[in-house]
Design a protein around this ligand. Structure first.
Ligand code: LLP
Length: 418
């Protein structure tokens, strides 16, 4: 049992959240190692069952804490990275370079140079211009670099418009119609070796159909390239598998999803690379927060928390739903708008939520917050980045301290003329 009520209060595995909150300042992210591991196992078991050769590369952007990355690297995962910082972080967190894939539409010269130097598994090219820059960098370093082309399959992911990536109007990838000539040019370069193809349609997909469409298109390109004499070895199919944020969400399972992969790509004799983020970490994390004030107004009752949109921005920017629960187990009798302290009307975690009667200092958790929670945190309103805690059975450890005000001030410098 991972997050559950015991003796009238919420526990993470075998540790009382109230007890942790006596030692760690709120708000903080709290992760269950057991859930991290069971999510990874569910994913990789399904992949191993259905595919001859596969690699799960954790999308570091979804959660950049080294201890979390470590859990996955200890289970054999690689990493999907999108910046120079994520490359350094993945290497530092125990991911071998030959299990790192690098995507992103704006990889800088510095980032590409580092990736070449570290000899990572594969660089996913998102434009011809990028291919030219990389070829030049590789030539200078006198290295042969393994690349894939990220194709834009022009498929509607049926997800929130801000997290859809595979439509032709999105900035990502190379139009699928232009992939073939680009591969032909890559095959003629001195320093780039086209080893793979890459496709990612979007995030938080609940159905298999958009995946199916994208994979079909990908398979067609792989076949066409074979007839041109270009034999790809890896098919990187990105991330995107959704999770249930509320009871009405019915995501497809890893097995449903990988069955589609098997059906569309299974007979191509290629290694399938996955880049899941959300599926692996979202259900494993909650944001623990304290009630600062219960504010009554003529139209609404507000539960004002010490967590704000700087700690968890998903509700504000994607209208994302996160369930909110009281740590003390009591009957839900009241309706609140649960809000943060930030000076923005969008700093709302949930509207009209049924909760027990609450008092200042009571604790709540905002659920399913392990992905794109902490990693999207900011210092807005000059608030420190919050702490992160990992629980494993009856143990817990602070895996990131709350930032101090000294640390927040340390990078500032006076303008000499003022
Ligand atoms: N690979 C690529 C190339 C990606 O762009 C992404 C996510 C992933 C893998 C991982 O996708 P996942 O398995 O986590 O769906 N901040 C948004 C999500 C943005 C996703 C960006 N790309 C949110 O909080 O919903």
């Amino acid at each position: 049992m991972s997050f559950h009520y015991q003796n009238g209060s919420l526990y993470a595995e075998d540790v009382s959240i109230m007890e942790i909150a006596q030692k760690v300042p709120t708000p903080f992210y709290l992760y269950s190692e057991q859930i991290l591991r069971s999510q990874m196992r569910a994913f990789s078991d399904a992949a191993q069952k259905r595919l001859k050769s596969s690699l799960v590369c954790f999308a570091v952007k979804s959660n950049a804490n080294p201890a979390i990355i470590n859990v996955f690297s200890s289970m054999g995962a690689g990493a999907d990275i999108v910046s120079e910082g994520e490359l350094l972080l993945a290497l530092k967190s125990g991911i071998p370079a030959d299990k790192i894939v690098f995507s992103g539409v704006g990889k800088t010269r510095e980032a590409l140079t580092l990736a070449v130097e570290k000899e990572i598994k594969q660089i996913n090219l998102e434009s011809e211009e990028e291919a030219e820059m990389l070829n030049e960098i590789a030539a200078k370093a006198d290295k042969k670099v393994r690349v894939a082309v990220r194709v834009n399959p022009d498929v509607d992911a049926h997800t929130h418009h801000k997290i859809t990536t595979g439509k032709k109007e999105n900035k990502f990838g190379v139009a699928w119609q232009e992939a073939r000539p680009l591969y032909q040019r890559l095959a003629k370069t001195e320093n780039l070796i086209p080893v793979g193809i890459d496709v990612h349609v979007g995030s938080q997909l609940l159905e298999t159909e958009p995946f199916e469409e994208a994979f079909k298109r990908t398979a067609e390109i792989v076949h066409t390239l074979r007839s041109d004499g270009i034999r790809l070895q890896t098919i990187d199919i990105g991330g995107g598998l959704g999770v249930a944020y509320q009871k009405t969400d019915k995501p497809c399972s890893p097995d449903d999803y990988i069955a589609v992969v098997e059906e569309q790509l299974g007979d191509l004799e290629c290694e399938i690379v996955f880049e899941p983020g959300r599926f692996l970490v979202a259900p494993a994390g909650v944001l623990v927060s304290r009630v600062v004030r219960v504010k009554h107004t003529p139209s609404k009752d507000f539960l004002v928390l010490d967590a704000g949109m700087n700690d968890l921005i998903r509700p504000a920017i994607y209208d994302a739903y996160h369930n909110i629960a009281a740590v003390k187990e009591k009957e839900a009798t009241q309706t609140f708008d649960v809000v943060g302290p930030i000076c923005e009307s969008s700093d709302v975690f949930g509207k009209d939520r049924m909760l027990p009667a609450m008092r200042p200092d009571d604790l709540v958790v905002i659920e399913t917050a392990g992905a794109y929670g902490s990693s999207m945190g900011s210092n807005y309103n000059f608030r420190p980045l919050c702490a992160e805690v990992l629980v494993s059975k009856e143990r817990f450890a602070v895996i990131r301290q709350r930032q101090t005000f000294e640390e927040m001030l340390a990078l500032n410098r006076p303008a000499p003329w003022l």
